[in-house]
Design a protein around this ligand. Structure first.
Ligand code: GLA
Length: 695
């Protein structure tokens, strides 16, 4: 069964044939997120049996089963129940819970409990507790209180994960593992052990202090280091090279913290059991590309917090997560109406959570789990949203979850073997993000906001976008945009130039090509190693105190927040936008330049553009690159997503506008939620349609 699934995955790829584009066919799609023998798309909840008398479990599971909920995530905070005293393990209760769930046709994901070490552990070994940057050791009683770099703590983690994976690694009802919980929000310990590890890590990276001093330019402000032991953990503002390396060290620490557990699970568990971690969208504590590398697939916890879902930002976050491993993903947790941790814990509107669940599926999620089933009667999250109230009966919100879960179960086969497929990629780089965060130059510069403005404008036309690591293979994309690729070392520039030489269209946004991988300025003007390809460079950059006019091929509009004065350096370039009368320096100077290079094209956009200009820019970019929408025109406020599989494509249409919207389909399709064929669909606010197109 599993082998045949693997075979299907391995042989599955789709060719998009374009007469004009020089770029290669899309990469094969891997769908390790769909569990053999289970529905292709699943719904579930975080369930904490350890918080309830065993006599209650059956009723919880009965309600889940009746609602078509198919997954529980269990045990992720249950260390004190699994190991009530050092070396004394008890997993019988968990086995009974998992088996009872299976009786109700519910599979389990087991969380490793390492976000919450028990009191006996932290009491006896206080060195396992984190030290905050103010020098204070944290006290027991919350979570994420252990130091991820403590060798002793890692040893305890290895032991508990060894025991739990030996017990459940062959349990047929356990489909996978979640390591830790949200990786302690990347919190670090500021103790001597960690500081020394950081110094050792630097030594392994730079080999000599001369090398480190040169890359960090420590001759500045007398920062020169004469021995490794002098190097501090940065607190507050520091040398940008040191600060970036601290981020790399945090990534290394949490990646090796994770690996400590991955190794043990891999040793003890069946290969069919996946290993994932629950990430948090654009959370930037560490670099998500290396940390997700050893996992089967990435998952994320999709919370709105205050207010209501921003479909663009949420879609972008899904696509970011899908891009971590360039694979479908899971929503390991999502908001059951309201949370308890935001400034205003308002409730989602009726229908909004269903729209969100379907949006996740459209963007490549194969499972959506609500956090949580029922609140513990005490504890920090007593008044968080739930599916079942403190009396043990469903809250009104549960009806929406159960309706959506029934829909998932009914139409799941349409999604089997499918994944999103895009012609456009946006590049994301944690190094660039951090480099800009460290030296924003203007409080208003928001690289994620800029990424979102490219995403919104380009997705409205293309209807599908991948968000990938700047170093990812790019040959399958017709258009690649990097809105703020600040850190652009030589090897990355070569990677991008190769893409362009082979026929791709690369669009760079402001602040691109300024720094090397040590966060040092490049000894060239922006965009650094791409100046020759672009045939132009940035003469000077400006943080703007007010908007400046721009005009040209993309129309008239405004540049805000940031503007760069470009200058042509080689023949063949074309100026697409210029600045109008502004600060004297920028008046009549180029703001956007494009140039054919190799078989492709490089475009540099030197300013943050207003929405209308972005729209026109996206039209130009997509037309120039030969990109067509995956479905066709849809009314404003309607989001289209497409997943493609062997011999079929399936569209998810969602209306986020406050009015009813009619979407015309290019031809008659199977409207699987409505159980009918049709070439048009009327969507009420938050309305969802799923259109299956069998080729
Ligand atoms: C996070 C955690 C959960 C829970 C929720 C509450 O995502 O992973 O354990 O605390 O937040 O919203």
């Amino acid at each position: 069964m599993f082998l045949s699934f693997l075979f299907r995955v391995a042989v599955f790829f789709i060719l998009i044939i374009s007469a004009t584009a020089q770029i290669a066919a899309p990469r094969p799609i891997s769908i390790s997120t769909q569990i053999p023998g289970q529905n292709a798309i699943l719904m579930g909840a975080a369930w904490y049996p350890e918080q309830w008398p065993e006599s209650r479990w059956e009723e919880d599971l009965r309600m889940m089963e009746a609602a078509d909920m198919k997954v529980v995530r269990v045990a992720e905070f249950a260390w004190s129940r699994m190991e009530p005293a050092e070396g004394r393990y008890d997993f019988d209760w968990l086995e009974r819970a998992i088996n009872l769930a299976a009786k109700h046709h519910i599979v389990s994901v087991v969380g490793t409990p390492t976000a919450t070490p028990p009191a006996w552990l932290t009491q006896k070994y206080p060195d396992t507790l984190r030290v905050e940057s103010n020098g204070q050791r944290v006290t027991h009683g919350n979570r994420a209180h252990a130091s991820p770099s403590s060798p002793r703590y890692r040893d305890f983690c290895r032991r508990i994960v060894e025991q739990v994976s030996m017990r459940f690694g062959h349990n047929p009802n356990v489909v996978g593992w979640q390591i830790d919980n949200e990786y302690g929000y990347a919190l670090m310990s500021y103790d001597e052990v960690t500081r020394q590890q950081f110094q050792d890590w630097l030594k392994a990276k730079y080999k000599t202090l001369d090398n480190l001093n040169a890359h960090w330019t420590t001759s500045y402000w007398s920062q020169t280091y004469d021995n490794w032991g002098e190097i501090p953990i940065p607190i507050g503002e520091h040398n940008p090279g040191l600060m970036l390396d601290w981020k790399h060290f945090i990534t290394y620490t949490w990646t090796s913290y994770q690996q400590n557990q991955v190794d043990v699970i891999r040793k003890n568990a069946d290969r069919r059991q996946f290993i994932t971690g629950n990430f948090m969208g654009f959370f930037d504590g560490f670099d998500h590309y290396p940390i997700t590398e050893p996992l089967t697939f990435a998952s994320w916890d999709d919370y709105v917090g205050s207010g209501h879902v921003d479909a663009d930002y949420n879609g972008l976050s899904h696509d970011l997560t899908r891009g971590f491993k360039r694979n479908n993903f899971w929503i390991m947790e999502t908001q059951p109406g309201a949370v308890n941790w935001s400034s205003l814990n308002n409730f989602l509107n009726r229908g909004e959570a269903r729209a969100m669940a379907w949006q996740a599926i459209g963007h490549g999620a194969d499972d959506v789990n609500y956090w949580q089933w029922r609140s513990a009667l005490n504890g920090q999250e007593e008044i968080h949203g739930v599916l079942v109230g403190s009396d043990g009966t469903p809250v009104p919100f549960f009806n929406e979850v159960s309706q959506t879960a029934h829909e998932f179960a009914r139409v799941e086969s349409s999604f089997r073997g499918t994944a999103p497929l895009s012609q456009v990629a946006l590049l994301y780089s944690y190094d660039s993000h951090w480099a800009i965060q460290f030296q924003k130059h203007t409080e208003k510069y928001n690289d994620i906001g800029l990424l979102k403005s490219y995403y919104r404008a380009l997705r409205q036309i293309s209807q599908s976008i991948d968000v990938v690591n700047a170093y990812a293979p790019l040959e399958s994309y017709k258009l690649v945009a990097a809105p703020s690729l600040n850190v652009l070392p030589k090897d990355l520039a070569e990677h991008l130039l190769e893409y362009v030489r082979n026929g791709g269209h690369l669009v760079l946004g402001p602040r691109s090509g300024m720094k090397d991988e040590f966060n040092a300025l490049l000894p060239q003007r922006q965009p650094g190693y791409l100046v020759d390809g672009l045939g132009a460079r940035v003469e000077q950059y400006y943080a703007l105190e007010k908007d400046f006019p721009v005009f040209g091929a993309w129309g008239n509009g405004l540049a805000s927040i940031w503007a760069e004065q470009l200058k042509s350096q080689a023949p063949g370039e074309q100026v697409l936008l210029k600045y109008g009368k502004s600060n004297g320096w920028l008046d009549d100077q180029p703001a956007v330049i494009t140039r054919a290079y190799g078989k492709g094209r490089i475009t540099y956009v030197g300013a943050v553009l207003d929405d209308n200009l972005m729209k026109n820019a996206a039209e130009w970019m997509t037309q120039t690159s030969g990109i067509t929408p995956v479905l066709g025109p849809v009314p404003d406020g309607v989001e289209v997503s497409r997943r493609v599989g062997p011999g079929k494509q399936v569209f998810v249409l969602i209306n986020y506008s406050p009015d009813i919207r009619r979407v015309k389909l290019p031809h008659s399709m199977n409207l699987v939620l409505d159980r009918k064929q049709g070439d048009a669909v009327d969507l009420p606010p938050y309305g969802v349609a799923v259109a299956l197109d069998n080729e």
